[in-house]
Design a protein around this ligand. Structure first.
Ligand code: 5GP
Ligand code: ZN
Length: 133
């Protein structure tokens, strides 16, 4: 179901124009309006869901092959596939989406700063996840 207030649902419906790359029954891909690098584009499930985990697995399984095809069509081999969930994680548009951000040199586009956290008990967390799978 589309959300009438959602920008990306409006793009899928053609109510807001976009530079469309690809569309099939479940997936829509288009160029990002404010690119971080040449070729920055977005791949979205057509069904409206805010986050990855709220999107159906059936549709999710259709998204990554499209991402791979777009990368090959662009002829790039260095890129980030970025998927933000929630405001704290820098999600601005509340319709699940995947960014492809080409990286042609280290200074271009996306800045990533890894700040490792001390004292995290990875085994306990892994046990908790495994117990709920
Ligand atoms: P987020 O931070 O939510 O992961 O990224 C949302 C992305 O959507 C941003 O890169 C932004 O430039 C892009 N975006 C927002 N509104 C529009 C729009 O109306 N058209 C297009 N093509 N991209 C948009
Ligand atoms: Zn939507």
């Amino acid at each position: 179901m589309a959300d009438p207030n959602c920008i990306f649902c409006k793009i899928v419906a053609g109510d807001i124009p976009s530079e469309k790359i690809y569309e099939d029954e479940h997936v829509f891909a288009f160029m990002d309006i404010s690119p971080l690098s040449q070729g920055h584009c977005l791949i979205i499930p057509k069904e409206h869901a805010v986050t990855l985990h709220e999107t159906s697995n059936e549709v999710l399984s259709k998204v990554l092959p499209v991402a791979s095809r777009i990368v090959k069509a662009m002829g790039i081999s260095t890129y980030n596939l970025l998927q933000n969930n929630g405001e704290i994680a820098h999600q601005a548009v509340m319709h699940a989406h995947f960014h492809i951000i080409p990286r042609r040199n280290t200074g271009e586009g996306l800045g990533i700063s890894w700040q490792t956290k001390e004292g995290v008990d990875q085994k306990t967390i892994a046990d908790a996840i495994r117990s709920k799978f």
